[in-house]
Design a protein around this ligand. Structure first.
Ligand code: NAP
Length: 489
């Protein structure tokens, strides 16, 4: 079975993943005049993270008008921060409108890709084979659930699932529900569930900074104006973009006044809204605000003071048949246990086996941790590009904005091949090593390096993120520095 039927003159491009970045890639490839491409998607629907994560209360903490493709504004966003289903519906609408769907092969996981004889050979789990000039990994970051290694998890006799694998067949009404973790996910679940269950236990290992937000519900009049007055909608988007930009820039300088102001606002939020001094102390973080991903919530502090809610800070000893046994011997008996312990963020395209030039395995190249020049290209892996790849600017940027800049950058490299200027493009080892060295030095000054545990940190404790300003990211993405690439004929 082969999908490689279009003439050789049009480079063939295989994209893995039909989430936000995969959809974007198809739209932009077509716009640039490419017509020979396919998306392999492991699931039966588009949407990536918004398809997978369906937990109660799911929403995006990037303002909706910023978490939107620049070329496809959405006047109908219901509120400042959109819910997961609303975002999923947006992507489905965009994919239909831009005729993306017919390019996607669903239920096609890609376990193996190999660069051989100057082209990428792709094999899907169903046995389909493809040969491409370019391979684009649009496989997401927060993708592979991390189930905490808590003893006895399997012995629980009630319902137990990871937040990204929510079992909607399990009734919650009137049940005793426990949630392990206090990341963005657990905080949103808390707000959604406390008034529906009989008891809600939040198992907290580390307290969180909660930034207060005003989640404004757009009125029909506002939405109508967004629809009929594109300049007004653009002005609103520009304003949100500028505000969010200030925040994105603040996090890279731990000593900045902005970070101190954010911390003061979060502290005031805690002091003003949590009345019980014992609970307040439990919820008081002992590290810098923004060190972990800052949590934006308009209602968590109210929710956690609901009569059903309990913040459990005694460490978990183990999980037993009836619930969670704490280190002090207490058993928190439960009907449902939700494991909201985050994601394995260093996987990227893996578990796909990726073999580059001369059969070199990406797993071996990444043995010390994933890295890529500009988070896009890996030496020895020609014509292979990653979107939202390793050490990319995940820290409080809109991932859509990032992906748009990355696709525009990648297209410039692809065009070199299309114009016949070279056949293979990959970052040089020197440029990659130099980029990594500069990146790591700068990362140490960021708020993420101020002494907390978070998924931003790599295994050596260095933030795996873009450590410079947002403006600098946009500038560096505007045009590839060709000296940093091997352009092989
Ligand atoms: P996360 O931020 O990585 O949080 C994982 C939580 O699990 C932490 O509270 C962690 O505690 C806890 N944990 C891990 N192992 C544990 C163990 N063995 N015992 C007890 N607790 C344990 O994961 P997440 O909440 O799923 O969020 C991940 C990211 O997804 C977010 O930062 C955000 O970027 C994205 N997200 C975004 C939104 C949104 O609004 N856009 C919503 C949800 C998720 P420690 O803090 O002590 O390590």
């Amino acid at each position: 079975m082969s999908d490689n039927s279009t003439p050789e003159t049009s480079p063939r491009i295989v994209i893995i993943g039909a989430g936000m970045a995969g959809i974007l890639t198809v739209i932009k490839l077509r716009e640039a005049g490419y017509d020979n491409f396919v998306v392999y998607e492991k699931a039966d629907r588009i949407g990536g993270t918004w398809r997978e994560n369906t937990y109660p209360g799911i929403a995006c903490d990037v303002p909706a008008h910023l978490y939107t493709y620049s070329f496809e504004p959405n006047p109908d966003w219901s509120s400042t921060f959109a819910s997961g289903p609303e975002i999923q519906a947006y992507f489905e609408r965009v994919a239909e409108k831009y005729d993306v769907m017919r390019h996607i092969r669903f239920n096609e996981a890609v376990p193996h890709v190999e660069f051989k004889d100057g082209r990428w050979h792709i094999r899907t789990a169903s046995g389909r084979e493809d040969v491409a000039d370019f391979l684009v990994a649009a496989t997401g970051v927060l993708h592979h659930p991390h189930v905490a290694d808590i003893p006895g998890l399997d012995s629980f006799t009630g319902a137990c699932f990871h937040s990204a694998q929510w079992d909607h067949s399990v009734p919650l009404e009137g049940k005793r529900v426990g949630v392990i973790g206090t990341g963005s996910t657990a905080i949103q679940i808390t707000s959604a569930l406390v008034d529906k269950v009989s008891r809600f236990d939040l198992f907290q290992r580390t307290a969180q900074w909660i930034s207060p937000i005003d989640n404004h519900v757009y009125t029909e009049e506002e939405k109508e104006r967004f629809r009929t007055d594109p300049a007004f909608l653009q002005a609103v988007r520009d304003e949100i973009n500028a505000e969010f930009g200030r925040f994105s820039n603040a996090v890279i300088d731990a000593d900045s006044q902005e970070m101190k102001d954010i911390e003061a606002a979060c502290l005031a939020n805690l002091e003003d809204n949590v009345k019980d001094p014992v609970l307040r102390e439990k919820l008081r973080p002992n590290y810098r605000a923004g060190c972990k991903r800052l949590i934006f919530s308009s209602d968590f502090y109210q929710a956690i003071q609901h009569p059903s809610a309990h913040v459990v800070t005694t460490p978990i000893e183990r999980v037993e048949a009836d619930g969670v046994r704490l280190a002090d011997g207490e058993l928190r008996d439960l009907d449902v246990l939700v494991v909201a312990t985050g994601f394995r963020v260093d996987s990227f395209i893996r578990p796909t086996t990726v073999l580059g030039r001369d059969g070199v395995n990406l797993d071996d190249v990444w043995a010390e941790g994933p890295l890529a020049y500009m988070s896009i290209s890996v030496p020895g892996f020609p014509n292979f590009f990653m979107l939202n790849g390793p050490n990319g600017p995940v820290g409080n940027f809109s991932l859509i904005q990032i992906a748009e800049h990355q696709v525009a950058y990648i297209l410039q490299l692809m065009d070199k091949v299309r114009r016949g200027e070279c056949r293979e493009v990959s970052a040089t080892p020197n440029a990659t090593a130099d980029f990594e060295q500069r990146r790591m030095a700068a990362a140490k000054k960021s708020i993420w390096s101020t002494g907390c545990k978070s998924w931003y940190l790599d295994k050596n404790g260095v933030p795996a993120s873009w450590p410079w300003s947002r403006a600098r990211f946009f500038e560096e993405m505007a045009k590839p520095v060709l000296d940093d690439y091997d352009l092989a004929s």
